[in-house]
Write a protein that binds this ligand. Structure first.
Ligand SMILES: NC(=O)c1ccc[n+]([C@@H]2O[C@H](COP(=O)([O-])OP(=O)(O)OC[C@H]3O[C@@H](n4cnc5c(N)ncnc54)[C@H](O)[C@@H]3O)[C@@H](O)[C@H]2O)c1
Length: 339
C-alpha cells in the first residue's frame, strides 16, 4: 500500500457491512494514515444481519463512520455526497448470489442497476477522483475457452445476476465516456475466507460438515471455480484504487482472481481436512458417503478461470494464497464464530 496516496483522502465504502467491503475497510484502518472512511450499507436481511453488524463492529476507529442507508434512495445518497464530498468511492453494495436471482430478480434490478445508477449520478454531480465498483466473473457466462480475459465476450450472461452486473459495467463505461469520471470495474472470482458470506457454497459446505449433514454438489460435482482468498482480493482492490484510469475514456476493467481453478470436489476435500484440523468436524463424519451429486442449477456455469495477466502486467500483482492456507484461515475463523 502506498500510504502517501491515502493521506487526507475521504473514502466512501458502499456495502461496508458486506464481506469484501468490510475487509477493505479493515485493511485500510490497519494503516496509520490521516484518512476518513464513511461506510454505507442498508444492512438488508438477505443473510444473517448479525454477521453484518459484527463486521461493522470490527471497524471501530475514529477515522471510520458507519452510515445506514440504501443506494436506491437518491435523496439519502445526495445528502451524503454533498456533506462528505468523497475523493474515492469503492462501491461493493449489490444484491449478490446467482441462485437467489432466480427467486427474486427484482432485488437485483433494484440494487445492481437502479442503485448503481444513483451512485454514478452522484459521482458525476460531486466529482470524485476515482470510482471503483464490483463486477463479477459471472459476466463471462458459459465461456467457450479459458482462462477468461477482460476483453473476452460478456454478451451472453446465463443468470440474471450476471445480466445486472454486465449492465453495471455498461452503464459505468457510458459515464466515464460522457463525463470523464475515472472508473475501474473489478470482476471478482469466488472470493472466500474469514468473515465470508453464509449464502456461498463453501460456507454452506462448512455448515453441513459441522452438522453431520449431506453435501449436495451441483452439476454432479463436475464444476471448477477459481477460488480467490479474501486478502488477495483486497490487496488487488487497494492497488487499483491507487491508480485511476486515464483519458480519453478513463475506464478499465480488471479480473481479480487466483488464476488457477480447482475442482469443486478437491476444494471440498481440503475444506473437510481443515475443518477436522480445527476440531469442527468429528472423526466419524465420512465425507465421501455424505457427498450427493445433484443436477446443475439454472444460472450456474461449469467453470470460472481468471486470466490475471492484465492486473499482473499493470500493477505487478498476482493473488498468492493457496487453497489449503486460505481454507485453514477460514476454518479457524469459522470455528471461533460457530463453536
Ligand atoms: N464474494 C464473491 O465471491 C463475489 C464474487 C463476484 C462478485 N462479487 C461482488 O462483490 C461485491 C461485494 O460482494 P460481497 O461478497 O462482499 O457481498 P455482500 O453481500 O457480503 O456485501 C454487499 C453488501 O451490500 C449491502 N447492500 C446490498 N444492497 C444494498 C443497497 N441497496 N443499499 C445499501 N447497501 C446494500 C448488503 O447489505 C451487504 O452488506 C458485490 O457487488 C458482489 O456482487 C462478489
Amino acid at each position: 500500500m502506498n500510504e502517501a496516496f491515502w493521506n487526507h483522502k475521504k473514502i466512501f465504502i458502499i456495502g461496508a457491512a458486506g464481506f469484501i467491503g468490510s475487509t477493505v475497510a479493515r485493511y485500510l484502518l490497519d494503516f496509520p494514515g490521516q484518512f476518513f472512511i464513511a461506510g454505507i450499507d442498508n444492512l438488508n436481511d438477505y443473510y444473517d444481519v448479525s454477521l453484518k453488524q459484527d463486521r461493522i463492529s470490527r471497524l471501530q476507529d475514529e477515522r471510520f463512520r458507519f452510515i445506514k442507508g440504501d443506494i436506491c434512495d437518491a435523496a439519502f445518497l445526495e445528502e451524503l455526497f454533498q456533506r462528505f464530498r468523497p475523493d474515492i468511492v469503492i462501491h461493493m453494495a449489490a444484491q449478490a448470489g446467482v441462485r437467489y436471482s432466480l427467486e427474486n430478480p427484482q432485488a437485483f434490478l433494484d440494487a445492481n442497476v437502479n442503485g448503481f445508477f444513483h451512485v454514478l449520478e452522484m459521482c458525476r454531480r460531486y466529482p470524485v477522483q476515482h470510482l471503483l465498483f464490483a463486477s463479477s466473473s459471472s459476466v463471462y457466462g458459459e465461456a467457450d475457452h479459458y482462462p477468461s480475459a477482460e476483453d473476452d465476450s460478456t454478451d451472453l450472461p446465463v443468470s440474471f445476476y450476471a445480466a445486472t452486473k454486465k449492465s453495471g459495467e455498461v452503464m459505468a463505461h457510458s459515464y466515464a465516456a460522457m463525463y470523464g469520471i475515472p472508473i475501474t470495474g473489478m470482476r471478482f472470482f469466488t472470493v472466500y475466507g474469514p468473515w465470508g458470506r453464509p449464502d456461498m457454497a463453501y460456507y454452506r459446505f462448512a455448515e453441513e460438515m459441522k452438522n453431520g449433514e449431506d453435501i449436495p454438489l451441483f452439476n454432479y460435482g463436475d464444476c471448477k471455480r477459481d477460488f480467490t482468498y479474501i486478502d488477495d482480493c483486497v490487496e488487488g482492490i487497494i492497488r487499483l484504487c491507487e491508480k485511476a484510469p486515464e483519458l480519453p475514456v478513463p475506464f478499465e476493467i480488471y479480473n481479480i482472481g487466483k488464476g488457477s481453478p480447482n475442482d469443486l470436489m478437491d476444494f471440498v476435500r481440503i475444506l473437510h481436512e481443515e475443518m477436522v484440523n480445527a476440531g469442527l468436524v468429528t472423526d466419524d463424519y465420512d465425507l465421501e458417503s455424505h457427498i450427493r451429486r445433484v443436477p446443475p442449477q439454472p444460472g450456474d456455469v461449469r467453470e470460472t478461470y481468471a486470466d490475471t495477466r492484465k492486473l499482473q502486467e499493470r500493477f505487478g500483482y498476482q493473488p498468492q494464497t493457496d487453497l489449503r492456507t486460505g481454507l485453514h484461515w477460514f476454518a479457524e475463523w469459522y470455528g471461533k464464530r460457530n463453536r
